[in-house]
Design a protein around this ligand. Structure first.
Ligand SMILES: Cc1cc2nc3c(=O)[nH]c(=O)nc-3n(C[C@H](O)[C@H](O)[C@H](O)COP(=O)(O)OP(=O)(O)OC[C@H]3O[C@@H](n4cnc5c(N)ncnc54)[C@H](O)[C@@H]3O)c2cc1C
Length: 413
């Protein structure tokens, strides 16, 4: 029996999953990878530990059309990911819902995928950078890389986006998709830091603190908020809450030069308690400097910055400090506003927002424009929150694309 020939362009998480699934469905699979080896980006995920999914899961963890995403996750969800990796022999570790390989080595995830690729007889061609994908007259696909030509019954594009291009994802997939008539939703960096205008950041660099950060639109309306461990750097803000808001900031900063970001350094204290706090602190005045008066409220570097912003000297005596000044201090702790001017660039972000428009994609991951052309992974206009959701999207979309490309059952979507 003639096996269906499936070509996969890009050997990242989505491509590896698509290749394994298509081969398990009985297809003859060839994986074309531009780099020297497959799965380079996987090795740097989760700080080298690979946060491969998350038990706290729903379609709301993603930016993208929720109906489409729900249809996808109904086909392959977190439990399927767990079964898939356990089936490959990988023990998993659950850290408050965040899933990692038990050994906490990203290389183990790549190794079990590579072993499965080899045992299924999937042909892997590295150093094969695809520069054109064209439908052939009479059916099938012609894929070219330089002078090399390969022909397939179905092709799956899994080239990733533009994030961390040193791992291979240089954005070439968008050109391949565009050449085939696909629309690209503007691509911006996401899961990245925010650069801020203020010159005091070097004085607070290195501080990590629980905080709530809020983005405001030009007209002062709240766009979004996130709470978590904020990291202050010499150029601005980073850490998980900043990462979570960065895709919104990226799109906002495409249309405007600056974005106001309010930092609440005391999210555990309600605003109506500030006067009470100030009154209590009044009794600690005397015999202490202003800096010492605020010891124990925030990190010392932040205390000094806030004192200076209120026009006081850290070393001055606290005896005469007024209650209203104390209220001002605590108010500023909760309403510290900075000005973001840029997000991290594509070199310094974890994923891209934007990509191949889902309106032209079926929930089988097949193009609505071309039979036998499939997409998966970050190349599509889907991005998730920080916490394993982007890899889960790669596993889900890769699995679906692999299954339907191998079967090509022509399910309409
Ligand atoms: C530092 C970092 C840490 C991260 N940590 C996590 C994490 O812990 N958890 C999580 O869920 N997500 C994480 N992510 C995001 C996650 O890694 C990606 O969303 C995911 O790897 C995307 O998979 P992909 O297969 O779509 O694309 P990629 O992994 O980018 O793979 C694309 C592949 O296609 C190849 N390619 C590109 N163009 C061509 C071409 N023209 N011809 C042939 N081959 C081509 C590339 O060389 C590459 O190998 C992290 C990302 C980064 C950068």
């Amino acid at each position: 029996m003639n096996k269906k020939k499936v070509g996969i362009v890009g050997g990242g998480a989505a491509g590896l999953m698509a290749a394994i699934t298509a081969a398990r469905e009985g297809a003859a699979v060839t994986l074309l990878e531009a780099g020297e080896r497959v799965g380079k980006k996987l090795l740097s995920t989760g700080n080298g530990k690979c946060n491969l999914s998350n038990l706290d899961f729903n379609a709301g963890c993603y930016y993208g059309p929720s109906d489409f995403l729900e249809q996808c996750f109904l086909q392959f969800d977190v439990q399927d990911t767990i079964s898939f990796f356990e089936g490959l022999g990988l023990f998993l570790r659950d850290r408050n819902g965040y899933l990692y390989p038990f050994c906490e080595q990203a290389s183990a995830v790549l190794d079990v995928l590579r072993h499965e690729i080899a045992s299924l007889g999937i042909q892997v061609e590295t150093m094969f950078r695809v520069d054109s994908v064209k439908p052939m007259q009479g059916g099938g696909w012609e894929v070219r890389g330089g002078k090399e030509i390969r022909r397939f019954d179905a092709v799956i594009l899994t080239t990733g986006g533009k994030a961390a291009p040193k791992t291979g994802s240089d954005g070439s997939g968008y050109d391949l998709a565009k050449a085939l008539g696909h629309r690209i939703v503007p691509v911006v960096p996401a899961l990245t830091a925010l650069r801020c205008k203020e010159d005091f950041f070097p004085s607070i660099a290195g501080v990590r603190t629980d905080a709530e950060i809020t983005l405001f639109s030009k007209d002062g309306a709240v766009i979004a908020s996130e709470r978590g461990e904020l990291q202050l750097t010499d150029y601005g803000i980073s850490g998980i809450p900043t990462f979570q808001l960065s895709r919104i900031a990226s799109y906002a900063l495409k249309d405007q030069k600056e974005l106001k970001v309010k930092i609440d350094f005391l999210p555990q204290i309600q605003a109506d308690k500030l006067t009470k706090l100030a009154k209590e602190r009044m009794s600690l005045r005397g015999g202490r400097s202003v800096e010492e008066l605020f010891t124990g409220t925030l990190h010392k570097k932040l205390v000094i910055l806030l004192i200076k912003r209120l026009g006081m000297k850290p070393s001055e005596a606290s005896d005469q400090i007024s209650e209203s000044k104390l209220i001002e201090f605590f108010w500023l702790c909760k309403n510290f506003t900075v000005t973001a001017t840029k997000t991290g660039d594509f070199q310094n972000c974890q994923v891209c927002a934007g990509g191949v428009d889902l309106q032209q994609i079926k929930d089988t991951m097949e193009s609505k424009l071309h039979q036998g052309l499939f997409f998966a992974g970050e190349l599509l206009d889907v991005d998730g929150r920080c916490g394993g959701y982007n890899l889960q999207w790669a596993w889900t979309s890769g699995w679906i694309a692999g299954k339907y490309a191998a079967g090509m059952t022509g399910r309409q979507g």
